[in-house]
Write a protein that binds this ligand. Structure first.
Ligand SMILES: *[C@@H]1O[C@H](CO)[C@@H](O)[C@H](O)[C@H]1NC(C)=O
Length: 262
């Protein structure tokens, strides 16, 4: 089993390969996915990078395995980015003050691979930074649904990752495709992929959202061995009540997700 997370200190050292994609995807139009967050996870050893997405001005959703790591020093969220290697004026860097990993997250089989990150201050909502709605409890996405996933992760099986945001369209699969693994849980996971293995989310894309009909339905979680098909996403609809409860704990006030004039 592999994690869709990028564990490397070479991130800033390696030259950028010109070609390559999220795997079979394309470069996202700049700032067309303003909910995307880039997670900088500083540890005592190597920094780690993951994706995430803004669901409220003070809250980012991601995968638990991104931050369930020994020796984390701190986590910073970068919003409003297209090219993560540049200091774009649209970018907002906000430290994370609280990480709420699902209490039943299990690192051995990636059950409940979800974390809610509380930001130190509210993100400024503008053209470049916006929230995405999450699937409600009853909105279960099914086989054949077409969804997009985006990230700054590896763009091929060989190490070559992207400095700009990439995206790819994937299809929700029949659960039987993932049932070969006893760790697959149909209630809380989504079986996703491209059966021709030409397109996929891959390492470094962990924590990013699976967007179907303009709502976040999944979180990039894990795959099996060296296969890029199928892959498993955390099913957001199953966790929606838990997410709402945590958000209330962050702040009892209603925090709207639209630009506030000050
Ligand atoms: C995925 O994103 C592209 C834009 O790059 C869009 O044309 C397409 O409709 C999206 N697909 C879905 C299923 O939302």
């Amino acid at each position: 089993m592999w994690l869709l997370l990028l564990l490397t200190n070479a991130f800033v050292l390696l030259p950028w390969a010109g070609a390559g994609r999220i795997i079979g995807g394309k470069i996202a139009a700049a700032h067309s996915r303003p909910y995307m967050a880039f997670l900088e996870i500083e540890t005592y050893s190597e920094p780690i990078h993951c994706g995430g997405f803004l669901i409220r001005p003070d809250a980012v959703l991601s995968a638990a395995h991104c931050v369930d790591i020994k020796g984390i020093v701190n986590v910073t969220v970068i919003l409003g980015a297209h090219n993560i290697r540049r200091q774009e004026p649209s970018q907002q860097r906000i430290p994370v003050v609280k990480r709420v990993i699902h209490p039943e997250y299990c690192p051995d089989d990636f059950k409940n691979d979800i974390v809610l990150l509380k930001l130190e201050k509210k993100a400024k909502i503008n053209d470049y930074v916006q929230c995405i709605s999450i699937a409600k409890k009853k909105e279960r996405v099914g086989e054949g649904a077409k969804c997009n996933v985006s990230g700054w992760g590896l763009t091929s099986l060989k190490p070559s990752w992207s400095d700009v945001l990439m995206e790819v369209e994937l299809e929700v699969q029949n659960e039987k495709r993932c049932h070969f693994s006893s760790d697959y849980k149909r209630q809380s996971m989504i079986c996703v992929g491209d059966k021709y293995s030409e397109k996929a989310a891959y390492k470094g894309d962990s924590g990013g959202p699976l967007i179907c009909k303009k709502k976040a339905h999944g979180i990039v979680s894990h795959g099996y061995d060296d296969l890029i098909f199928p892959e498993v996403f955390t099913r957001i609809s199953y966790f929606e009540p838990w997410i709402r409860k945590q958000l209330k704990k962050f702040s009892r006030k209603i925090i709207p997700c639209f630009p506030l004039s000050d």
